[in-house]
Design a protein. Structure first.
Length: 238
């Protein structure tokens, strides 16, 4: 068992993981999926990480109380998953909380000191990716229509006043890291993700079918992949 900390993408909320959360819980894991405080322009990446750390602490306190009442052990290890924009926040959380694993799910991969607002030009995304005007076509093209429309309706405005500040870590946190890219992703195409992951982390991404929002289009497959990372880690440790 692990506790998965799911960090959503830009303009979104923890709701984007509701199907994935159900699948992870069915596999015996726990889940924390907070909303980042993106609607206040005074908040930046550090404040987003603060919100996640606070949510994890509250969850662990609640879980610890339940476990104490049941006379069982402490809460399990954390697996931090950053989707899309959440990839900028997830390493900050791992730097603050002991974490078993970090997974970048079609995630932005920052460099130390790089402002979030500069990431698009620095990675070549602006020049390489021809974005569709239709958000469903760009992000949700394999999500059932009703669910895709619900996802758009639940979107939140993301104020970006503070996103010109440097990414605050001097180095990547010392935690096992996986990059998981969508084979059919139109927003962060597979070859783009491969190049960025190699250049910035020296990692070869794993590949899963699906669009940018595979937590909505392929929750069962994604949960199995995340659970498989833990199984592989345990086998290697034996």
């Amino acid at each position: 068992m692990a506790t998965f900390v799911l960090i959503h993408g830009g303009g979104s909320s923890g709701w984007e993981f509701h199907l994935l959360e159900a699948e992870l819980r069915a596999l015996g894991h726990d889940v924390v999926a907070p909303d980042l405080p993106i609607e206040d322009g005074a908040n930046g990446l550090a404040e987003y990480a603060d919100a996640v750390v606070t949510a994890v602490g509250a969850h662990q306190k609640q879980t610890g109380a339940r476990q104490e009442a049941a006379a069982v052990g402490a809460p399990e290890d954390l697996v931090v998953v950053g989707h899309s924009f959440g990839g900028l926040v997830a390493p900050l959380v791992c730097d603050r909380l002991p974490s078993r694993m970090l997974v970048l799910l079609a995630g932005m991969i920052p460099r130390p000191g790089e402002p979030a607002s500069d990431w698009w030009a620095n990675t070549g995304h602006q020049a390489e990716v021809d974005m569709e005007a239709d958000p469903i076509g760009a992000f949700l093209h394999d999500v059932p229509t009703a669910l895709a429309e619900e996802a758009l309706a639940k979107g939140r405005p993301q104020e970006s006043d503070s996103l010109g500040k440097p990414w605050p870590l001097a180095a990547w946190p010392v935690v096992p890291t996986k990059v998981l890219a969508g084979r059919d992703d139109r927003f962060f195409p597979l070859e783009f993700m491969r190049r960025v992951a190699r250049d910035r982390l020296g990692l070869e991404p794993d590949v899963i079918g699906g669009s940018h929002c595979m937590a909505l289009s392929r929750p069962k497959e994604l949960a199995a992949r995340l659970d498989g990372y833990l199984a592989a880690e345990q086998q290697t440790a034996q």
